[in-house]
Design a protein around this ligand. Sequence first.
Ligand code: ADP
Ligand code: MG
Ligand code: MG
Ligand code: MG
Length: 400
Amino acid sequence: MSQYYPLSLENAIVYARSIPDFFTADANLSCEEIGDGNLNLVFKIEDPISAKSLIVKQALPYAKVVGESWPLSLDRARIEREALVIQHTLCPDLVPIVYGGNQELAITVMEDLSDHTIMRKGLIDGNTYPRFPEHIGRFIAHTLFYTSDLGMNQQRKKEQAARFVNPDLCKITEDLIFEDPYRDVPNNDFSEDIILEVKQLWEDTELHLEVALLREKFLTHGEALLHGDLHTGSIFVTAQSTKVIDPEFAFYGPMGFDLGAIIANLLLNFTAQPGWSDNTELLEERRQWLLTSIKNVWDQFENHFRRLWNDYGIDPISKTPGYQNLYIQKVLRDAVGFAGCKMIRRIVGLSHVADIETIQDDELRHQAKVTALQIGKALLKYGRSTSSIDEIIDLTKQIV
Ligand code: ADP
Ligand code: MG
Ligand code: MG
Ligand code: MG
């Protein structure tokens, strides 16, 4: 820790050269900082002759949020690196290769995915990704199953969970997702045009009860190693390929959390669609693709997860008839509830989504926010009664 300093472009090049067998000694490397966050530096280092390139990601010791900054553990770089390695081992085609790292400098060196697009941007640009549901459903099923007590020796799981205690980053989630949006606190960030809806949210104790129950799960249910921040800004896509990045929020938590993040972000894009096109036919087509994708993500997750459980479940008691169905039902209900929380926080709390914020027309942007709040609230209130993903699709269709 004492040796930490933020890398300059020159230092990043020096560091990249130290990766064995990557660049040639005489390569004339270029370097660019391409990060967009407030928490980390991301450098792309390239040899223009061989066209080989890699990424150096470095954690900063603080988070910049609305002008202020608060200290943030550098250990999250180790957590991100170790999570990437585990996830890459479990899903080699869906996670970047880690080439190296340095604990003191809070650095991870990884495969350059610049030939992919960040999914949030791709969706805003009107693209669809046919292979995404199978890819992300399989990513979630494999990473959760093999890090849980269902697919992993329980003693080893406890040792592994101890390596992923991530209090600083969990605290961000606990405050921004499960607390702030439901109270009048300065940390919130919403536009004046939705003040009535926000005040209703603050008074809705029925809703608060659901949030409290989900928060309890987030705080106490260490079911599996979560990605922890699986929004469409943490996913790189092409027509053929999907790559999941940025697991610095990884920790042992409830399985529904990662699925909820995917569902919420597809629904946030869904609510934004009228702001992106006045061609009703196109609009309907895109919206249908988003809803079908939510269903397909869930179905792919469930199919992969059940198959892994049946083929590789390690304990006889977990094969007891009926247990698997109840378990899957719990994951679905949690996912729906977490999706609701995640939609609401993106409208009311700190850190919004470009899908909605960059809509030019004031009225259409307003409508998208109101619809997202309605869907988010409905998911929270319905969550604990959900028995199939189709009900969630129907619920959404009833609201819009
Ligand atoms: P943060 O934790 O600060 O959000 P991310 O890991 O999400 O950092 O990276 C921020 C941005 O840097 C990404 O949106 C992407 O544009 C770029 N980036 C990150 N990792 C890679 C990579 N492996 N290949 C190419 N670009 C990357
Ligand atoms: Mg970012
Ligand atoms: Mg990110
Ligand atoms: Mg991040």
